[in-house]
Design a protein around this ligand. Structure first.
Ligand code: GRF
Length: 202
């Protein structure tokens, strides 16, 4: 799992594994942020938690290299037998090194009904646009921003008095329920990609 921050999606997935609802093992949590709370949450559960520092990886020109950073992440993932890379609040765009190492094996959750409101601050974008229904999306990761094929979505009605905080909290409740279920479909081998359409067999 790759995460940069708070770690509530990590915690919800870990809880599903602990309950026996998700037949998977969280091999490790890798964060690009040294003090990310998610690392502490993982260690509390006995899950290996690593900080991989993007600023420590330089290219031949002496500048920061995403390629070198991702190669280091891939080495950790492969070394731990990772089969599926789950992004949970990982605040970096992924490039070829990681995506080619795990073709269609990287998934993300985004707090909007994609393709509406990709990128940062999705809940604020939705409120400011005035939509009546917001939500969240689990999707495969491709080279774009929140643009890969959609695996699952949950709708969340917008209330008259919603703020970014109140809407985000209700979306987050749905994130915590939908993400582990989508990962279970993947673990069970029920997910196929057909162009932009993702089919879930029963
Ligand atoms: C969530 O809103 C998720 O949709 C987005 O980043 C946030 C991560 O929250 N990709 P958390 O770290 O899982 O609590």
């Amino acid at each position: 799992m790759l995460a940069s921050g708070r770690g509530s999606n990590f915690a919800a997935i870990a809880a599903a594994v602990e309950r026996g609802d998700l037949p998977a093992r969280i091999a490790c949590v890798i964060s690009d942020v040294a003090g990310a709370p998610v690392l502490g949450l993982a260690r509390e559960r006995g899950i290996p938690a690593l900080h991989v520092d993007p600023s420590a990886y330089l290219g031949p020109d002496g500048r920061r290299s995403r390629l070198a950073f991702e190669r280091a992440v891939v080495a950790e993932l492969r070394g731990r037998g990772v089969e599926l890379v789950v992004l949970a609040g990982f605040m970096r765009l992924l490039g070829a090194a990681l995506l080619d190492a795990y073709p269609w094996r990287v998934v993300n959750i985004h707090p909007s009904l994609l393709p509406a409101f990709p990128g940062l601050d999705a809940q604020r974008q939705a409120l400011e646009h005035g939509v009546k229904v917001a939500g969240c999306t689990v999707h495969f990761v491709d080279r774009g921003v929140d643009s890969g094929p959609i695996i699952a979505q949950r709708a969340v009605p917008v209330r008259e008095d919603d703020t970014v905080e109140s809407l985000s909290a209700r979306i987050l409740e749905q994130e915590h329920d939908v993400y582990w279920r989508a990962i279970r479909w993947l673990a069970e081998g029920r997910v196929t990609i057909d162009g932009r359409r993702v089919r879930i067999s029963s």
